[in-house]
Write a protein that binds this ligand. Structure first.
Ligand SMILES: Cc1cc2nc3c(=O)[nH]c(=O)nc-3n(C[C@H](O)[C@H](O)[C@H](O)COP(=O)(O)OP(=O)(O)OC[C@H]3O[C@@H](n4cnc5c(N)ncnc54)[C@H](O)[C@@H]3O)c2cc1C
Length: 317
């Protein structure tokens, strides 16, 4: 049975949802072990990793130095020397870390994958590329495979039998780096679910005319994050962290709701791989309808309140 190492992502000491998704995927590839870079996790967090199948929780406490990708790659390498597959969440920084790890180990690497499976003893991945216009299947030919997996592409679920989640301390030899971390300060996190990880994204564009009240209300009701088009952020209606698209954040939620967004190619490039796309637009010829699974031609000021009321009615709240 292959050993599949999953690099844990945590926020304020809590394991994030994409990690559980990666562990769920890891169970289909072999025996999952979790790799925690930093001071040892709280027992409850280690237990959650076990519930999702982690047989071991390998802790590499390399201090703040491991915030540098070169050092993090060495730390991850030390904890995954025996692993046949290394799975990470496909974040910006993780892509740099795994590229370095691939160079150091000779492993094949694929990032931004939406799925992975074992075929004839090799990992094969699926990616949606070029603004979600092509699906690509890639076989990793090397014995060791590294895969960066996008959030929200696997439904997280507990394992049928929990993993032991045995804590194992791993020592890492960190390389001399040309940069030194001289200070670390947490940035206050924005309210709600981070855009890139959110299972639901409700986005507003120029059609909101700058009023995000309804978009925010629908996002909150659906437990999602608020997104925006670049025109909306350029207008200063909402901050740039909310921008979805080629120059903004790439999102792959299970549900993407585009409100008053035309569906320009630059916007589509960052959301086209979403599970279900819903569009609300007054213009029946808006390009967003070409990729929408469900489209409503109408004024968002009429349509969204009706959607909110109906959702509340169905939920009985
Ligand atoms: C190099 C480059 C990179 C870019 N990167 C990005 C990017 O990352 N992300 C991004 O989003 N854009 C990006 N853009 C900009 C992109 O090309 C579009 O200009 C932008 O996405 C349009 O935003 P929009 O859909 O909000 O506005 P518009 O294109 O003006 O569309 C507004 C839509 O709202 C509809 N509407 C109006 N009123 C209502 C109403 N009351 N109810 C319902 N619908 C209504 C209209 O029918 C229209 O379809 C980039 C552009 C360039 C050149």
């Amino acid at each position: 049975m292959s050993t599949v190492a999953v690099l844990v992502e945590s926020r304020d000491g809590s394991v994030t949802q994409p990690t559980f998704e990666a562990l769920t995927l890891a169970r289909t590839l072999g025996t999952p072990v979790a790799v925690w870079i930093g001071a040892a996790p709280a027992p409850a967090e280690a237990a959650r990793l076990g519930i999702h199948g982690a047989e071991e929780v390998r802790v590499v406490d390399a201090g703040d130095a491991a915030r540098l990708p070169a050092a993090a790659a060495a730390a991850l390498g030390a904890a995954t020397a025996d692993a046949d597959v290394v799975l990470v969440i496909s974040t910006f920084v993780n892509k740099e870390i795994v590229t370095r790890l691939a160079l150091a180990t000779g492993a094949g690497v694929v990032v931004d994958a939406s799925d992975a499976e074992m075929v004839d003893g090799h990992v094969e991945t699926l990616q949606t590329v070029f603004a979600a216009t092509w699906n690509v299947r890639t076989r990793i030919a090397t014995d060791k495979a590294i895969v960066g997996i996008r959030p929200n592409t696997t439904q997280a679920s507990p394992g049928e039998t929990p993993g032991a989640a045995t804590l194992v301390e791993v020592a890492a030899d960190l390389p001399e780096t040309r940069e030194l971390v001289t200070g670390v300060e947490p940035v206050p996190a924005p309210d709600g679910v981070p855009l890139a990880e959110a299972p639901v994204v409700v986005s507003g564009g120029r059609g909101t005319n700058g009023d995000y009240t309804l978009v925010r209300e629908l996002a909150e009701l659906l437990g999602g994050a608020v997104g925006a088009s670049r025109d909306a952020t350029d207008e200063g209606w909402i901050s740039h962290e909310h921008m979805v698209g080629q120059t903004g954040t790439t999102v792959t939620p299970a549900l993407y709701v585009a409100c008053g967004i035309s569906g320009a190619v630059h916007h589509r490039g960052g959301m086209q791989a979403s599970g279900t796309i819903v569009a609300v637009n007054i213009d029946p010829d808006a390009p967003i309808f070409e990729i929408a699974d469900f489209g409503v031609v109408g004024d968002l000021g009429d349509v969204i309140p009706q959607a909110i009321a109906r959702i509340k009615e169905v939920r009985g709240s």
